[in-house]
Write a protein that binds this ligand. Structure first.
Ligand SMILES: C[S@@+](CC[C@H](N)C(=O)[O-])C[C@H]1O[C@@H](n2cnc3c(N)ncnc32)[C@H](O)[C@@H]1O
Length: 367
C-alpha cells in the first residue's frame, strides 16, 4: 500500500530546522455528531476535525488506536469507514470503546431499561459500603449497586458494555469536574448546573438514549481490548498513538482522577483498593510514558513495535520529550516524518489553570 501524502510538502530531515505545517479540513463525517463527549483528561474531542483533515490524506483501511481514553479518535476512524482496533491499559476506556467502536448493532430497548432499574434484593452493596460520604448521595450509591448487579442480566456482551458506558458517563457528569480526587460534595462547584442537580438514575436514563444514538455499523469488524500498548497486535495499515506525556507541572495520573470509573467498570473485581486513601483509590498501573527517566525509551520501543505501520502520534508542546527528539526517534523507523501543528487550549482544571494549558498541539506522521 502506498500512502498518499503528496499534497503536503515534505518535512526536512531531522538535522535541518524543524518545519511545522498548519492544516485543517471542513469535511467531517456527520456520524461524529453522535459521539458522546467525555470530559477525559487529554481527550482529542475538539481537535477531531483537524485530526480528520490530516488522516483523510493518508491511504489506509485498518487502523489501531492504542491509547484510546475516551475513544474519540477510534470513533472518528470508525466513522471514516476503517476497520478499527482500540486498546487502553485501563478497563473503563476499553468498556467505552467496546460500547461505541466494537459494538455495531446492540441498543438498549425499553425492556432492558425496565430490567436495569428493577429492584433486586440480591444486589451487592460494595459501592454503598465503600463510598458512603465520599462520592454521591446514599440513594445514588444504592442505585449504582443495583444497576451494576442488573447489568449482568443483559443477554449480550455488547448490551452490557453499552449500559456500563451509560453508567460511566452518568457518574462523570454528576461529579462537579468529572473527576474523583476530592471526597464530599464541594460547595464551591454548586453553580446551578443541571448535571449537578439530576440524580444518577435520571442521568442514567438520559445517557442510555445518548449511548444508543452513538451506535452505528460501518460494515467492518471493529473491536477493543484492554492491553498495554507494547503488547497490542501489529500489522495495522495505520496506528494512532496518544500516550500520556511527562507533564512540565502537575501530574498526569489517570487513575488518580478516574479510579471510581475504573472500579465501576468491573465492579472493583481484581482492583486493589488503597484503604488508607480518603477517596478509596485504586493502585495505579505503571506506564513508562509518565516519567522523564523512561519516556524516551518508551517512545523508541513503541515506534519500533509499530515500525511496519503508518504512524500518527499526537503530542503537545508542553510535554517531554520535545518535538525534535520525537521526530528523530520516529525517523529511526520511518523514512519520512511530517509534523502538523495547531494552537490549542485545554479546558481541563480551573479557570486559573487554563492559561497554563495553552499549548501547540502536534501530529507527527511517519510513513
Ligand atoms: C492522552 S490519553 C488518550 C486520549 C484519547 N486519545 C482521547 O481522545 O480521549 C492517554 C491514554 O493512554 C492510556 N495509557 C497510558 N499508558 C498506557 C500504556 N502503556 N498502554 C496503553 N494505554 C496506556 C491512559 O489510560 C489514557 O487513557
Amino acid at each position: 500500500m502506498t500512502p498518499n501524502l503528496h499534497r503536503f510538502p515534505q518535512l526536512s530531515d531531522a538535522r535541518a530546522p524543524l518545519r511545522v505545517m498548519r492544516f485543517g479540513s471542513d469535511i467531517f463525517p456527520g456520524q461524529m455528531d453522535y459521539l458522546p463527549r467525555f470530559r477525559y483528561m487529554g481527550n482529542k474531542f475538539r481537535l477531531l476535525p483537524w485530526i480528520h483533515g490530516v488522516l483523510s490524506n493518508l491511504q489506509f483501511s485498518t487502523a489501531a488506536d492504542v491509547f484510546s481514553g475516551s475513544g474519540s479518535v477510534g470513533y472518528l476512524l470508525k466513522a471514516m469507514d476503517k476497520q478499527v482496533y482500540s486498546a487502553d491499559f485501563l478497563n473503563f476506556p476499553t468498556v467505552l470503546a467496546g460500547a461505541f467502536i466494537g459494538n455495531s448493532d446492540a441498543q438498549i430497548c425499553e425492556d432492558h431499561v425496565e430490567l436495569l432499574l428493577r429492584h433486586d434484593q440480591k444486589a451487592r452493596k460494595l459501592i454503598q459500603r465503600t463510598f458512603e460520604g465520599i462520592f454521591f448521595s446514599q440513594d445514588d450509591l444504592t442505585f449504582l449497586d443495583l444497576v451494576s448487579w442488573n447489568v449482568s442480566k443483559l443477554d449480550s456482551v455488547e448490551h452490557r458494555l453499552l449500559a456500563k458506558a451509560a453508567l460511566i458517563r452518568s457518574c462523570m457528569k454528576r461529579q462537579p469536574r468529572g473527576v474523583f480526587t476530592v471526597a464530599g460534595d464541594p460547595e464551591r462547584y454548586k453553580d446551578g448546573r443541571r448535571d449537578l442537580q439530576l440524580s444518577l438514575k435520571e442521568h442514567f436514563v438520559e445517557q442510555l438514549a445518548v449511548c444508543n444514538a452513538a451506535v452505528f455499523n460501518n460494515g467492518k469488524k471493529c473491536w477493543s481490548e484492554r492491553a498495554d500498548a507494547f503488547s497490542t497486535p501489529q500489522g495495522w495499515d495505520l496506528v494512532y498513538m496518544d500516550p500520556p506525556y511527562v507533564p512540565r507541572s502537575d501530574d498526569n495520573c489517570y487513575m488518580k482522577r478516574y479510579h471510581f470509573l475504573e472500579g465501576l467498570s468491573c465492579y472493583w473485581d481484581g482492583c486493589e483498593i488503597m484503604e488508607e486513601t480518603k477517596v478509596k483509590k485504586i493502585k495505579k498501573p505503571f506506564t513508562p510514558f509518565s516519567y522523564k527517566s523512561s519516556a524516551m525509551e518508551a517512545f523508541d520501543k513503541m515506534f519500533r513495535h509499530f515500525a511496519e505501520s503508518i504512524q500518527v502520534l499526537s503530542y503537545s508542546s508542553n510535554g517531554f520529550p520535545d518535538l525534535e527528539h520525537l521526530v528523530k526517534l520516529m525517523k529511526k523507523y520511518k523514512s519520512s516524518v511530517q509534523v502538523f501543528a495547531k494552537p490549542h487550549q485545554y479546558h481541563f482544571g480551573t479557570h486559573k489553570d487554563a492559561v497554563r494549558n495553552k499549548v501547540e498541539e502536534y501530529l507527527l506522521v511517519g510513513i
